[in-house]
Design a protein around this ligand. Structure first.
Ligand SMILES: Cc1cc2nc3c(=O)[nH]c(=O)nc-3n(C[C@H](O)[C@H](O)[C@H](O)COP(=O)(O)O)c2cc1C
Length: 148
């Protein structure tokens, strides 16, 4: 029997937008036959990154383009830079326009040298942006499956 590919979705949310993106990603992964685990940053016990074929890390952006402290703590907890990290996040162009929009996504993608362009969602993904999330997941999975 071929074993299922395993994915982790770790995310931080305050007001729910990033969680909504995480849920859409989770549904898409499950539809593709992945075994999916969800980690709520700052709440759930530490993860073992080596158990997963792909790690999704989700964050909102804060305080003039900053990455939230909880996400920084999570990164320290992971302790090394896995090569299979895909970054997603939500933000709001009202806080500094395009320059600061979802800057934490850019910072984390750069930090992990992510092979995928980070996904940036304006506020809630429900509605028009839902297909953007699904398309992004599809692109990431195409790469993961071809390297599995
Ligand atoms: C005080 C404050 C500062 C923010 N700064 C930024 C920012 O610099 N860049 C950005 O894209 N969004 C910024 N945002 C918007 C949040 O990232 C956005 O609302 C996000 O979707 C919240 O995620 P959550 O619902 O998962 O908590 C800021 C929001 C607040 C309240």
């Amino acid at each position: 029997m071929v074993s299922k590919l395993r994915a982790l979705i770790a995310y931080l949310t305050y007001s729910g937008n990033t969680q909504e993106v995480a849920t859409i990603i989770e549904d898409a992964l499950n539809q593709e036959g992945f075994t999916t685990a969800v980690h709520r940053i700052g709440i759930d016990p530490p993860i073992r990154p080596s158990e997963y074929d792909i790690l999704f890390i989700g964050t909102f952006t804060w305080d003039k383009g900053s990455t939230p402290e909880e996400v920084k703590d999570f990164i320290l907890e992971v302790g090394y830079k896995p090569s299979n990290v895909a970054i997603f996040g939500t933000g709001d162009t009202q806080f500094g326009g395009d320059d600061l929009f979802c800057r934490a996504v850019d910072k984390l993608s750069h930090f992990y040298n992510s092979p995928w362009q980070g996904l940036k969602v304006e506020q809630s993904p429900r509605g028009l942006q839902e297909s953007k999330v699904k398309d992004w997941v599809e692109g990431v999975l195409h790469h993961v499956k071809s390297h599995a």
